[in-house]
Design a protein around this ligand. Structure first.
Ligand code: PLP
Length: 375
């Protein structure tokens, strides 16, 4: 019996996928972003569920993630968002893995590998329309395309960009990005590139900027049941996919004046009932939740008292009747009628739900519930 475990509800993932689907223009398809172990949710089972639901592409950050999906039997086209290294080009072509290109030397390596294998290598090219991160700057895109056009053995399947602030209520910058993106698409057409997929929209973009859905959208966080931010103008109902659970390890009545945990940051103001739970920052449970967070026991909130340590936390259960050792406790997710959400935890940790999922998802004991695919 593990001390703590993460539950991944794949029926919630399917529900969220349908919410994306219903929000899209009819011709728009979905690239499910499963990078970083599907934001901590487990890349392979999540990808299998998305494939079953009608996803058109899968998106990962790194080449080894794409290889892992192929080794697990996933057949969908895979896009490697951070591009691939020259020594990985052969393998990518052979395994139907598409790189994102934003450097000419990478394009030359891909062309070289394609010629050697006597194949045509599909790729997507990334243009930076205002994120200031990866991508060919939109100002120099024309010259990049000109040089790309000279390289044999390549097929530009798609052109992408990435929104930097689509999750903010003010869409001025996003609209500028869309306008620059349209110019980039027009340029590529003028150079004679015959691409099938233009894509710029993440979850926030597909919700709030429907005219920027083009032929493909790239949702991540929405699929995992969390809204991209609280400024979204057109939110849709979502179901959280991840829960973190544990069991009470010890309960004890302590006297008034008892310091709790490292650093004596909490001292009992009166006699209190304290439950100790076997979860800590080693499990991705942030130390910033010390004296701030709460867990659910018997459907009621038990506030954290004292510091989060490496493997343990302590919570106040004075007000909860009959708490016993081995009682189940929910640190993320629903119990009874109450829920601890990733957004609530993120707010306390001054971060975003994305980071909460990635951190808690490192838990080695992951249970996948309600899968629709067979192994
Ligand atoms: C290139 C790219 N596309 C799409 C996404 C998905 O974004 P979101 O999780 O906000 O939907 C990400 C995530 O960071 C990304 O890096």
């Amino acid at each position: 019996m593990p001390l703590s475990w993460v539950e991944i509800d794949l029926s919630a993932l399917r529900y969220n996928f349908m919410q994306v689907r219903q929000h899209l223009l009819r011709e728009t398809q979905i690239l499910g972003v499963v990078k970083s172990d599907a934001y901590g949710h487990g890349m392979v089972p999540v990808a299998k569920e998305l494939a079953q639901s009608g996803c058109r592409f899968l998106g990962v950050s790194k080449y080894w993630e794409a290889e892992k999906l192929r080794n697990a039997g996933l057949k969908l086209p895979i896009l490697v968002l951070l591009g691939i290294e020259p020594e990985e080009m052969h393998g990518a072509i052979a395994q139907n893995i598409r790189p994102v290109l934003f450097r000419l030397d990478h394009a030359r390596s891909l062309s070289h590998a394609a010629m050697k294998l006597q194949k045509t290598a599909p790729f997507h090219v990334k243009v930076d329309t205002g994120m200031g991160r990866l991508g060919v700057p939109h100002e120099t895109f024309s010259s990049f395309l000109g040089q790309l056009k000279e390289l044999p053995g390549l097929h530009m399947e798609g052109i992408l960009s990435h929104f930097s602030a689509a999750d903010e209520a003010d869409k001025t910058h996003s609209e500028l990005q869309v306008a620059r993106f349209r110019e980039a698409l027009q340029l590529a057409r003028e150079y004679g590139f015959n691409f099938s997929y233009a894509h710029i929209a993440n979850s926030a973009g597909l919700l709030d900027l429907p005219h920027a859905q083009f032929q493909l959208v790239r949702p991540g966080i929405m699929l995992y049941g969390s809204p991209p931010s609280d400024e979204i103008l057109h939110p849709v109902p979502l179901r959280p996919v991840m829960a973190l659970k544990t069991r009470v390890m010890q309960v004890k009545q302590v006297p008034a004046g008892q310091p709790i945990g490292y650093g004596k940051t909490f001292t009992t103001p009166r006699s209190m009932k304290i439950a100790t739970l076997p979860v800590g920052y080693d499990d991705g449970y942030s130390r910033l939740l010390s004296n701030q967070g709460a867990v659910l026991i018997k459907g009621q909130r038990a506030p954290l008292v004292g510091r989060v340590s490496m493997n343990l936390i302590t919570v106040d259960v004075t007000h909860i009747q009959n708490v016993c050792e081995e009682d189940e406790s929910v640190l993320l997710g629903q119990q009874g009628t109450d829920r601890i959400s990733a957004e609530e935890m993120a707010c306390l940790c001054k971060t975003i739900s994305y980071e909460i999922f990635c951190s808690l998802g490192r838990n080695r004991n992951r249970h996948f519930l309600n899968a629709s695919f067979s192994e």
